[in-house]
Design a binder for this molecule. Sequence first.
Ligand code: HEM
Length: 129
Amino acid sequence: MAKVSSLFTSGFLPNSMTVSIEASPVPALTTSEERIITLDEVSWHDSYGDCWLIIYDRVYDITDFLAEHPGGSEILLEYAGRDASVAFRGTGHSAQAIRALDRFCIGELPMHERMFRKPGGFNLSDLPE
Ligand code: HEM
């Protein structure tokens, strides 16, 4: 519990975010998500020509999407090589935008580096499948 409250006080999570640390079922993996990619590896892909980011523990290569993003490329580049879960959620993306994520998924974080998709992880009511 101490761990969760420190995330709020550090400003990492907004106070309005509904989280629960109760054990939650972890959705089954699909083929595109089988590759395990570490935070360290993601951090190397942090430029306009090679841009990866993390949303809800999944890794996305959005290099080809930067120019297409309705919110512009600059905002995405702020999260290049980093976790963008809170930013993605905070900007209120539509169900269509959540579905669009699938196109870019190249893998997911190892279990010990995840925040959401792990037993006892943050359980967001609208976490995409
Ligand atoms: C791969 C990841 C992302 C995808 C597929 C995506 C997709 C989209 C889509 C389809 C829209 C149009 C509105 C909607 O349908 O919700 C949108 C708008 C927007 N996105 Fe993203 N987005 C991504 C990541 C992000 C991130 C990390 C941010 C960071 C804050 C962000 C910020 C915005 C903003 C500010 C808008 C509103 C643009 C406007 O209405 O003027 N997006 N995004």
